[in-house]
Design a protein around this ligand. Structure first.
Ligand code: GLY
Length: 306
């Protein structure tokens, strides 16, 4: 049986000439490393859940993406991290929000699914659970990088009430279908620069930013979380595939059109039960990658890259 892995490193205003050559090269290299990590699992006959968790953990540790180290900063200059995982066979799910000290939020989301009775933990309680089960802890400063401090300072200098007007969405995610035919999705983010008041976006909300159901598809989203929440994007794509019989592409396009109609932008990666995968985005670019058992392998950033 074949396998398919798709990853994203965020949708946004990624246009030729806007990214420095260094940032573009580092972004492509980071996406390639994440594909390598997920591919190693799937090519060895491993589970889709292990593959998406491995790919996302690589992107969390890479400061070029808005998740884990390099996360977008709150108005106070701290990192508050959100993540979720879901497996399609059982519809088991785990999610965390506003995590401050767990090195791998996606690992913690998975632990919530596998090692607690719960689906969604937030804030100090999520970090306490993480400590109790022995996951790696770091100081909040570990997540904070100079480029993200600069992003925050620029934003605060522009407008007291602004956030992410440059659409620097760098949320990371992965979806996979393994050789046994099972699906999984994982997503991780720092949210939006300048967030406050405990703001949480779509990423950790099961059915909004992250979803997997073996009867339909697995979905990981990136974009303006407030709009993705209001549309319930990930589950809406699956429902259209599963209940209306739409193709992945038609379903994803229809749901992103709903997001656009509300004023939001972003993208999604999707893989179906037959192993077909696809991506769509309404921003100029989306950091993305694909690998399959058939030997296809691609990393792309800009909208004109296919
Ligand atoms: N899509 C990520 C967020 O809005 O937090």
């Amino acid at each position: 049986m074949s396998w398919t892995l798709m990853i994203h490193g965020g949708a946004g205003r990624f246009e030729r000439g806007r990214l420095s050559p260094e940032v573009e090269a580092a972004t492509r290299a980071g996406l390639a490393r994440a594909l390598d990590a997920g591919t190693a699992v799937l090519a060895g006959g491993g589970a889709a859940l292990d593959a998406v968790a491995a790919a996302v953990a690589v992107l969390e540790d890479d400061p070029h993406f808005n998740a884990g180290r390099g996360a977008a900063l709150t108005r106070e200059g701290t990192a508050e991290l959100d993540a979720a995982v879901m497996e399609g066979a059982t519809r088991g799910a785990g999610a965390v929000a506003r995590v401050s000290h767990t090195r791998s939020p996606v690992g913690l989301a998975r632990a919530v699914m596998e090692r607690s009775r719960h689906v969604f933990l937030a804030g100090v309680g999520a970090d306490a659970f993480s400590r109790e089960i022995g996951l790696e802890q770091v100081g909040n400063d570990w997540f904070v990088t100079d480029p993200r401090r600069t992003n925050l300072a620029e934003l605060l200098a522009r407008d007291d009430d602004a956030y992410d007007v440059d659409m620097k969405y760098g949320t990371v995610g992965a979806v996979a279908r393994d050789a046994a035919g099972h699906l999984a999705a994982a997503t991780s983010t720092g949210g939006v620069t300048g967030k406050r008041w405990g703001r949480i976006g779509d990423t950790p909300v099961i059915g909004a930013g992250t979803w997997a159901d073996d009867r339909g598809c697995a979905v990981s989203c990136t974009g303006a979380g407030e709009y993705f929440l209001r549309v319930g994007v990930a589950q809406a794509i699956d429902a259209r595939v599963r209940l209306l019989g739409e193709s992945l592409d038609v379903a994803t396009a229809a749901v992103l059109t709903e997001v656009s109609a509300l004023g939001g932008t972003g993208g999604a990666i999707v893989v179906g039960a037959d192993g077909q995968g696809g991506w769509r985005f309404t921003t100029p670019g989306m950091n993305r990658g694909l690998a399959t058992a058939g030997g296809e392998r691609r990393v792309a950033i800009y909208g004109d890259e296919g």
